[in-house]
Design a protein around this ligand. Structure first.
Ligand SMILES: [Zn+2]
Length: 129
């Protein structure tokens, strides 16, 4: 996905929002790495930007916290995400998106198992039929 940097405001946007807001022209395409996953300033969509080693550690730390916090906390729906990409989503959906992004990085066995376990336990089980 193209990520647009509005350097005046120092904010990142997804392509849809940059075009919708009419700021795509004055933005530059952003392809930098960052120390945590970035989200669109307008719609909260994850931007899938490259992560530094610190960024990978940041996501792993959140996964560990989420595993400790228990299922009820992971499945809670918070009002602060009442609009945008995560509207009505479980709390864990944000960290799930980050965890899925780690698939593109080389992790040691322990961290890989951690990510797999997290994706597995937070997967939405659809009832048959
Ligand atoms: Zn957006």
């Amino acid at each position: 996905m193209n990520v647009y940097l509005d350097s005046e405001a120092c904010e990142l946007y997804c392509e849809d929002c940059a075009c919708e807001k009419g700021i795509a022209e004055r933005c530059e395409l952003y392809c930098g790495e960052s120390d945590c996953p970035q989200h669109c300033e307008s719609c909260d969509r994850p931007l899938g930007n490259e992560l530094t080693n610190d960024g990978v550690d940041y996501v792993l730390a959140h996964i560990r916290d989420e595993l400790r916090s228990g299922q009820a906390a992971r499945n809670a729906v918070h009002g602060c995400y009442d609009k945008g990409y995560y509207a009505g989503s479980r709390h864990c959906e944000i960290v799930r998106d980050w965890a899925e992004q780690l698939g593109g990085y080389s992790l040691d066995d322990r961290d890989e198992r951690l990510v797999d376990r997290y994706l597995n336990i937070t997967e939405v089980k659809h009832a048959k039929g």
